[in-house]
Write a protein that binds this ligand. Structure first.
Ligand code: RP5
Length: 166
């Protein structure tokens, strides 16, 4: 397994599945499960240990509210941790963003945007990390970037043809 996706609650699953979808684009293997820093701390530690045994290269970790899960994972691994803040409370994810990003020196969590766009970017960022040692993933990233560019070109062409209609 290349990537383990962890989230604090099954209520995070809709957002975090975007990370898995992004990893699929690059042919990476991953699993996704729930483990809460506050409600099931022993399960978090067990999953990190299992992930190390299975050769996981990157952890992607999403949580909402006072989101400590990504930081706890980062405390127990020397592998990269990408954190996804989730909009789960009245503060609309700003609480989770600050809890996830404001790590003390020496224990980084690579924090992406709040919600689904962040989860997608977490998958892409994990692929970019893995690509440093995997030429096939690196090639897929080049293709992915080219597809983003092609979409912009197509959108610009559509817009231009609409202008001609007027
Ligand atoms: C966090 O609290 C979870 O990551 C979730 O985003 C939020 C709410 O969890 P539930 O009450 O929906 O289980 O721990």
């Amino acid at each position: 397994m290349d990537v383990l996706i962890l989230m604090g609650s099954d209520s995070d699953a809709d957002v975090m599945s975007a990370a898995g979808a992004a990893l699929n684009e690059f042919g990476l293997t991953w699993e996704m499960t729930v483990a809460s820093a506050h409600r099931s701390p022993a399960r978090v530690l067990r999953l990190i240990g299992d992930a190390h045994d299975r050769g996981v290269k990157v952890f992607i970790v999403g949580a909402g509210a006072a989101a400590h899960l990504a930081g706890v994972v980062a405390a127990h691994t020397s592998r990269p941790v990408v954190g996804v803040p989730i909009d789960a409370t009245a503060l609309k994810g700003v609480d989770a963003l600050l809890s996830t990003v404001q790590m003390p020196p020496g224990v980084p969590v690579a924090t992406v945007a709040i919600g689904k766009p962040g989860a997608t970017n977490a998958g892409v960022l994990a692929a970019q990390m893995i690509a440093l040692a995997d030429p096939q993933v690196a090639r897929r990233l080049v293709d992915y970037k080219a597809s983003l560019e092609a979409k912009v070109e197509a959108a610009a062409a559509r817009l231009a043809s609409r202008k001609l209609d007027r």
